[in-house]
Design a protein around this ligand. Sequence first.
Ligand SMILES: Nc1ncnc2c1ncn2[C@@H]1O[C@H](COP(=O)(O)OP(=O)(O)O)[C@@H](O)[C@H]1O
Ligand SMILES: [Mg+2]
Length: 390
Amino acid sequence: MKIKVGVIFGGTTVEHEVSIISAVQAMNHLNKEKYEIFPIYIAKDRTWYTGKMLMDIDMYRDFETLKRYAKKVVLYNKNGAFRLQSLGLFRTIIADLDIILPVVHGNNMEDGTIQGYLEMVGIPYVGSNVLGSSLGQDKVIMKQIFENLDLPVVPYFWFFDNEYYQDKNEIIKKCKKLGFPLIIKPATLGSSVGITYVKNDIDLEKAIEEAINYDIKIVAEKAVENLIEVNCSVLGNYQNQQASVLEEVMGTDEFLTYQDKYLGGKTKGTKGSKGMVSTNRIIPARLDERMTEKVKNYAKEAFKALNLSGVCRIDFLIDGKSNKIYINEPNTIPGSLSFYLWEATNKPYEQLLDEMITLAIKQYKVKHQKTYSFDTNILSNFSGTKGKLK
Ligand SMILES: Nc1ncnc2c1ncn2[C@@H]1O[C@H](COP(=O)(O)OP(=O)(O)O)[C@@H](O)[C@H]1O
Ligand SMILES: [Mg+2]
């Protein structure tokens, strides 16, 4: 019997479209002999849809057509079965699923939100758990964990938006203490949205206010100069980690913009985006063996520090003059699931997906061997709350 895989993607995130691209790629590479695929598309209005036609990228060009042909669904736990069921007048069981492959990017989805939902349903799912996913999305907390383990991060300073409005001068002073050039970022976004490279005083305030448009938590970082950006994908869990070959990514400006990452360089409005695959990249990165090994080891350590699982991509910033390496951030569900890095490591995409699913099933079994509840009901001897609450 085939394993029934629900592939969840889309959602209320700035990376909605990127997620569609990543998910369609993944669905097209899952081994159809082994898996039966159920696309589960979460539209921007939070409605869930299914239908085999959602495996075709062209379906997403016109939402009205999609709405007409795809079925509205819910996923819930029905007496231990993970039921995908249609909504509306004639409710039909689409399938009882075995596992979920979440291919979502960005906050409100990748950050533990979808994982939390799946935990509530009780269904096994591929990738990091709730906490790992949340840590991977918060550019401040992850740095605090890395620092604690002596893993290298850039000098930074962070604050909440209300602290800025209460005392602008103080916050600006603290940012400037890091020294220009600086990078101002919303702490929990992705895809370079709301990020500004600041070279002087004049632009600082504007940059902070731009970031505040997107997040309540803001981080100021010392910009790494002579910048070389390399990424390393890691596959595994807390027990074992494998590192992929490194990629070197090239921005067209001071940093990688949304345009660079997803629309393929300078040509604005490029159609038929290929997701992260189209970024200007060099594989393997042009680092010597010693530096490459160092980056791979840091990648594995960072992955373990946050207790990540499945396939992640850990991004690095390197000062090409001093050769100093900094961990920039993990992506717990990387664009295109980093398949191109694994292909370059002699692991075809189909095999990568297979290994991710196998890992998830193993992890689910381990988790369910642990004791999570007790048969005794502490409330059985409790005489009620009446009177006590008054
Ligand atoms: N401290 C830094 N120094 C130099 N460039 C940086 C720094 N932080 C970020 N960048 C640039 O900005 C890009 C986006 O920042 P990043 O922290 O990766 O945010 P996102 O989550 O949006 O990908 C990076 O890919 C890099 O090009
Ligand atoms: Mg990034």
